[in-house]
Design a protein around this ligand. Structure first.
Ligand SMILES: Cc1cc2nc3c(=O)[nH]c(=O)nc-3n(C[C@H](O)[C@H](O)[C@H](O)COP(=O)(O)O)c2cc1C
Ligand code: SF4
Length: 660
């Protein structure tokens, strides 16, 4: 392991003792499910994922929520800490992680009445039979015998962790999972010995300590729970550390706190730690992304160590870059929550900003080529910027042609709205650094002739998308695209209906901008639920803000036309039912179509062309950046094995299938 120099001011890189374990620094990768799990055991991709973060010199990795009993499996991809086979899985991870000086803990978990899994599910166990509103789970009260079995399950799981070379266990009593359900008064209606709030948590802590006394022992709590704050002092003499995060699983609003997206402010956890400073070292996590801010938080006594979980998902090398005085090179998390969206979709972890996350074994870093080429990239949205960054990192010359007066494409546009402002700023910051050295030509319309005149060895087309324009008779109504609203061209009328197809966040963003400009806004949604393509944590916060801003939501209606200042909508499910909405203007957010005219012309000229992102068909930021990265590797001479794998990537997390 490289010794961590003390160059960075003060706190973040100083060691910390947690029970029997010394951390080399105070940066923690807190528990997070990776879906790099097969039959409830770690895969080789799981090992490579954590090894990459250890190589980046993170002080502590807490492995993801690991079930202590089969009734506590949150999904089909949850690690099973009760299976004897987990021991060799742990050992493989420990062998990969520990030589880098990173310490390795695991989180012991039971979801109780929270279950994400699809059928066949085990019966949901809880303190009492109180249905859970987000996942619509209807649990039953666990019997006393079952509770005894669960306590034994925690103890056994800790024992197995110790056998596997894990150095500490963290008991999850956060996010309103099983142990928190017992100490949350409205969820515990028992009359037996488990009625007393924290009785079960304390029994579990004591049982784990007895069964694995050599391990560091911590408890994770939700810092925004009053019940958790009252439990913390009872743990002071029993644990080696406390860990706090935000949020709770059982409600829509509460769940958004678990992995809070912007505009939840950076460092939000800082305001919540006071009640948890009860003696043992305190770890605090939520929206800490900036190393110097992290250092300041530690210096001001907010906590003793900090989870920088998404920050490390985006850039596993963050700690090493900080230690080497290269903080400006950190690839910053943009808060898009694609990582947790993968978890909820049951697919392997990925990062929209860093295409290598979750692909550590198959997508290597850029390698310098011996004969640099000239690459022309058309379009400086995320796909074009990613292509540019990748080509530059391999040593190629890159010319970027962008029609707009600035880079960023749709992200730049969306950045006008509160839901995307920070994302757009951070993405810009990241690419400002990564594309330094490119010949960027703004306000330049790329024709086939212009591109050919630059004599490129290869071209990456990342020309993006434009809004879909429906063939509708909107006679007498002022109609503008949502993109116009985001670009600052608001409709003149005051009463505005945003006709939203209910897919992406464009309609939400436009409605928020219009409401802030004092328009009277109705959001008419042509979908079963609002924002069906928006990750649920961001969607919940959008809906909260829109309701608070007085935006009226009309569900299940599709724009059909307009006449005499009245907009006509059809009921999605019963098209003969029509709804009329009075409005001065309609704003269209009805999806996108690709801008893809240049490719055939360039190919006709014999130029090697790769396309990336929305010009292939509009999708999310994640595909744009991934395809931009791969496009550059293909045209610019990435390793052949990587090219061969690119089409197979994501089809499996099992490497044998990839090579078979
Ligand atoms: C993909 C993903 C999975 C997560 N799974 C867990 C988990 O297993 N246990 C847990 O306590 N928290 C889990 N979390 C929450 C994180 O530990 C952390 O508290 C949260 O991401 C906020 O911190 P950050 O802003 O530094 O990312 C998860 C977060 C992510 C992004
Ligand atoms: S996917 Fe988005 S939120 Fe998650 S780590 Fe990457 S940049 Fe951050």
């Amino acid at each position: 392991m490289t010794a961590v120099p003390r160059a960075f001011p003060g706190h973040l890189l100083s060691p910390l003792q947690i029970g029997p374990v010394e951390l080399a620094n105070r940066i923690v990768s807190t528990a997070h499910q990776t879906t790099l799990v097969h039959e409830h055991l770690p895969t080789e991709d799981f090992v490579a994922y954590h090894e990459a973060r250890a190589r980046g010199e993170v002080g502590l990795i807490v492995l993801e929520a690991t079930a202590v009993h089969e009734s506590g499996l949150l999904t089909g991809h949850t690690l099973a800490g009760y299976l004897p086979a987990i021991v060799s899985g742990y050992r493989t991870v420990a062998r990969a992680v520990k030589p880098h000086g990173t310490r390795l803990f695991v989180q012991l978990f039971h979801g109780g009445r929270e279950q994400i899994a699809s059928p066949p599910r085990a019966p949901a166990l809880a303190p009492s039979a109180v249905p859970s509103s987000r996942f619509k789970v209807e649990p039953r009260a666990a019997t006393e015998e079952e509770i005894d079995e669960l306590v034994a399950g925690y103890a056994r799981a800790a024992e197995l962790a110790g056998e596997g070379g894990i150095e500490g266990v963290e008991i999850s009593a956060a996010h309103n999972y099983l142990l928190a359900q017992f100490f949350t008064p409205e969820l515990n209606r028992r009359t037996d010995r488990w009625r007393a709030g924290p009785a079960l948590l304390l029994a579990v802590v004591d049982a784990v300590r007895r069964s694995a006394p050599e391990l560091a022992l911590g408890v994770r709590l939700s810092a925004d729970s009053a019940a958790a704050a009252s439990v913390a002092p009872l743990l002071a003499d029993r644990v080696d550390y406390l860990s706090v995060a935000l949020g709770e699983s059982s409600t829509y609003r509460g769940s958004s706190g678990i992995v809070p997206p912007p505009p939840v402010p950076e460092n939000v956890i800082g305001a919540h730690t006071e009640p948890f400073k009860v003696g043992p070292p305190l770890m605090a996590t939520s929206r800490i992304v900036d190393p110097s801010e992290a250092d300041r938080l530690l210096g001001s006594g907010v906590a003793d160590a900090l989870g920088m979980t998404r920050a490390l998902i985006a850039d596993p090398d963050l700690p090493r870059k900080v230690a080497e005085g290269r903080s400006p090179e950190v690839l910053r998390c943009i808060g898009c929550n694609a990582c947790i969206a993968h978890y909820h979709a049951g697919t392997p972890i990925a990062c929209a900003q860093n295409s290598r996350t979750g692909r550590e074994r198959t997508l290597g870093p850029p390698e310098l080529v011996t004969s640099p080429r000239r690459i022309v990239v058309v379009g400086a949205g995320p796909a074009g910027l990613a292509a540019t960054a990748e080509a530059l990192a391999s040593g190629h010359e890159v010319i970027v042609l962008e029609r707009a007066p600035q880079v960023g494409g749709q992200v730049k546009l969306a950045g006008a709205a509160p839901g995307h402002a920070e994302l757009a700023r951070t993405l810009h910051l990241n690419y400002e650094h990564l594309t330094h050295g490119a010949d960027l030509r703004l306000e330049t319309e790329a024709s086939a002739e212009l591109v050919a005149s630059l004599a490129p060895d290869a071209v990456v087309l990342a020309t993006g998308a434009r809004p879909y324009e429906p063939e509708l008779d909107l006679d007498g109504s002022e109609a503008v695209q949502a993109w116009d609203v985001l670009a600052g061209r608001l409709p003149e009328g005051r009463r505005v209906v945003v006709a939203d197809w209910g897919g992406d966040a464009t309609g939400f963003d436009a409605a928020e901008v219009l409401a802030a400009a004092d328009k009277s806004v109705t959001l008419a949604l042509a979908s079963v639920a609002a924002g069906e393509g928006v990750h649920q944590y961001a969607r919940n916060l959008y809906l909260a803000r829109l309701c608070e801003a007085g935006v009226r939501l009309v569900h299940h209606v599709e724009l059909a036309g307009a006449a005499l200042g009245r907009l006509r909508f059809r009921n999605l499910f019963s098209p003969e039912l029509e709804v009329e909405l009075e409005a001065d203007a309609v704003v269209l957010a009805l999806g996108r179509v690709p801008v893809d005219d240049l490719a055939p012309e360039l190919r006709a000229l014999g130029l090697p062309v790769e396309e990336a992102g929305d010009c292939r068909s509009p999708r999310s930021l994640e595909e744009a950046i991934y395809e931009g990265t791969l496009a550059s590797r293909r045209v610019a001479g990435g390793r052949p094995w990587t090219q061969k794998l690119s089409s197979l990537l994501r089809s499996s997390s099992n490497p044998a299938e990839l090579f078979g």
